[in-house]
Design a protein. Structure first.
Length: 388
């Protein structure tokens, strides 16, 4: 595992927490506005463009006086529908997708303030309402993803191990006759790094189990918890959809083509290590040309557009969590509207029920109560809690 950088800024500093929360507030606000535009007849491309513009606009409003402070998109908006698992955000030269009634729509986006990243993903079913509830396998997979992400949040705390979440997400999915998407990773977040070394894997294959390291969570770490659940086998495959989202790696290579060198230089100056969409380059044709040499020599890595089988449905919930001394603190994500879904299945495993019934942040609640009592009683309460 990589050695910890001595100068690394963590959420042990109040200012770092503030910057994470600012980024979190921005992505939650933008997500709400983007979901409002996900209606029947909407163009996925147009909504993605609207969302990315909004992310740039909102991040530009904070820390205005600090000219050198970098901020902006940490993950370009992707809107993946039905059996499309992730990373669909089409270029202007590529086929669009138009939203239809009953589509299952996953919106995934992120922002950063001074390199402190907040990401979020949320899923809705178009046309769902209390009088027109979602039933059958769509309801099953929505409930599976919701409860799996709630269980993950409760287990994402200092001292716990990553595979505890892997196994729990799998068990919740099984209760709803669903499967997590194989090999999907949730990453630790660091300043200017969206894919930190500590990861939580979903539904690992036998080969992945042997290779994938186990980690322990520690206080003052930050995670992007990404839960993707399918009604199918949970195996993603590439189709003929062109990749549009990429990010720079730490590799070095002397590029041969002038177009590639210009492209790589623009990526370095504009986006640094953050993921970006080719659509945001002035000349899309040149960007396509430039990116291919960069990818061939591993200077830039693609975020592949993945699919489940045609008649299956994939649901995603992603949220950002700060591991504070008093427990996990979730800074992104919108409320789940459980009243819109009617599943015949339930979580019956007593162990899973116990996890789901615990508060996501119990210690903070205790702290609030303490404020109303004197110092002597406070010390007594602390002693009793220490014995418990």
């Amino acid at each position: 595992m990589a050695d910890k950088d001595e100068n690394e800024k963590t959420i042990a500093e109040d200012l770092v927490v503030t910057k994470y929360k600012m980024a979190g507030d921005i992505v939650n606000r933008v997500l709400k506005q983007v979901l409002a535009r996900c209606v029947v007849g909407a163009s996925v491309r147009e909504v993605c463009i609207y969302s990315d513009e909004l992310l740039v606009e909102e991040t530009s409003k904070v820390f205005k006086r600090e000219k050198e402070l970098k901020k902006g998109i940490a993950f370009p908006t992707c809107i993946s529908v039905n059996n499309c698992i992730c990373h669909f955000s089409p270029l202007t030269s590529e086929p669009d997708c138009v939203l239809k009634d009953e589509d299952v729509v996953k919106v995934d986006l992120g922002a950063h303030v001074d390199g402190f990243i907040a990401v979020v993903a949320h899923t809705i079913v178009l046309g769902a309402s209390e009088s027109n509830k979602v039933t059958g396998k769509k309801a099953n997979v929505m409930m599976a993803a919701h409860f799996a992400s709630e269980a993950a949040l409760r287990l994402l705390k200092s001292g716990n191990e990553t595979y505890t979440i892997t196994d729990t997400v799998e068990k919740v999915a099984e209760a709803y006759q669903c499967k997590p998407i194989e090999g999907m990773l949730s990453h630790q977040l660091k300043q200017f790094k969206i894919d930190g070394e500590k990861t939580i894997i979903q539904n690992p294959s036998d080969a992945q189990k042997k290779e994938h390291e186990k980690f322990e969570f520690a206080t003052h770490e930050v995670y992007a918890m990404d839960v993707l659940i399918s009604t199918g086998e949970g195996v993603g495959r590439e189709m003929d959809t062109r990749v549009s989202v990429y990010k720079k790696t730490d590799e070095t290579y002397q590029l041969k083509l002038k177009a590639s060198r210009m492209f790589y230089s623009e990526v370095t100056h504009k986006y640094g290590t953050m993921p970006f969409n080719l659509r945001n380059f002035e000349d899309e044709k040149k960007a396509k040309l430039g990116v291919s040499e960069c990818v061939n020599h591993k200077l830039i890595e693609p975020f592949q557009v993945l699919y489940e089988k045609t008649n299956e449905i994939v649901v995603q919930f992603k949220f950002t969590v700060l591991l504070m001394p008093n427990g996990p603190h979730k800074i992104t994500g919108l409320p789940f509207e459980s009243e819109l879904y009617q599943s015949e299945l339930v979580v019956s495993d007593p162990q899973l029920k116990t996890i789901l019934n615990t508060s996501a942040n119990p210690k903070a609640n205790k702290k609030k109560k303490k404020k109303t009592i004197g110092k002597a009683e406070e010390e007594m309460v602390a002693e009793v809690e220490g014995e418990a």
